[in-house]
Design a protein around this ligand. Structure first.
Ligand code: PEP
Length: 273
């Protein structure tokens, strides 16, 4: 994975108050050493209510820990009660925003068109979308997981240019260091592996991550596809990180449950570094 800096992103989901978030980031900063934070990019994705506190802590102590949000609105402003816009996240110097997480797709009815709109909304505001794709158990059992995931990828990236995909020439908030790129990050998250303790095998993860990169290469060219970071997510823990990251097309991990334990998450980051 030459030129692609590993990315470990902790999706806290609907957990941790802003005070607990501060404690979590402090613990992470304390246990991760500078060379580790240089080798791997470490990102936390707190609930909206904790973003300001995390920003203040990261800025105040000049921590090499990135942060972002778990969702954003398709719209930029207006009468959309309860929504949070990309402009608001950019104003908090978020670098990342998760788009199309399977929980948003399943519990909030987000279809491919909404996900594509959110990718565009993120890019409009200089945020890097972490675009999630992944199949459910039925699709996996039918052997249609690659087709399913590439179709989700195609739909979400509808109308995107190669420059938008890689972030070349664009300025993004926060900065992620050399090899971090801007653009779009893809996350392969098989739904059957999320929060279930059932991690995909390293071969499963590589198969789909490799297929997604091939699809990007078909659409945008091999050079462009070669700089896009593709993560695996689904029951990643310290004990299975090395195996998952061994796949040549697996550039990091999106971590849910295990990101709520600072020691465990730090160990995952260390393994990626
Ligand atoms: C997720 O929800 O993005 C995720 C990967 O969750 P978990 O690690 O808990 O399976």
């Amino acid at each position: 994975r030459e030129g692609r800096r590993p990315l470990i992103a902790g999706n806290w989901k609907m957990n941790l108050t802003h005070l607990e978030a501060i404690g979590m980031v402090q613990k992470l900063a304390f246990s991760l050493k500078e060379p580790e934070l240089e080798a791997a990019e470490v990102v936390v994705l707190p609930p909206f209510t904790a973003l300001r506190s995390v920003q203040t802590l990261v800025n105040g102590d000049k921590l090499e820990i990135g942060y972002g949000a778990q969702d954003l609105s398709v719209q930029d402003s207006g009468a959309y009660t309860g929504e949070v816009s990309g402009a608001m996240l950019a104003a908090l110097a978020c670098r990342y925003v998760v788009v199309g997480h399977s929980e948003r797709r399943a519990l909030h009815g987000e279809d491919d068109a909404v996900v594509a709109g959110k990718v565009q909304a993120a890019l409009r505001h200089g945020l890097v979308p972490i675009l999630c794709v992944g199949e459910g158990l039925e699709v996996r059992r039918a052997g249609e997981h690659v087709a399913h995931c590439t179709a989700q990828l195609d739909a979400a990236l509808e109308g995107l240019s190669a420059e938008q995909l890689t972030g070349s020439g664009a300025s993004t908030g926060g900065g992620g260091g050399p090899g971090s790129g801007g653009g779009v990050v893809i996350a392969y998250e098989p739904v059957w592996a999320i929060g279930t303790g059932e991690v995909a095998t390293p071969e499963d993860a590589q198969e789909v991550c490799g297929a997604l990169r091939s699809r990007l290469a078909e659409r945008f060219g091999a050079d462009t596809a070669g700089v896009v970071r593709i993560l695996y997510g689904g029951s990643v823990k310290a004990a299975n990180t090395a195996g998952i990251l061994a796949g040549p097309d697996v550039d990091g991990a999106l971590v849910g449950g295990a990101s709520l334990d600072a020691d465990e998450f730090a160990q995952i980051c260390r393994t990626a570094a």
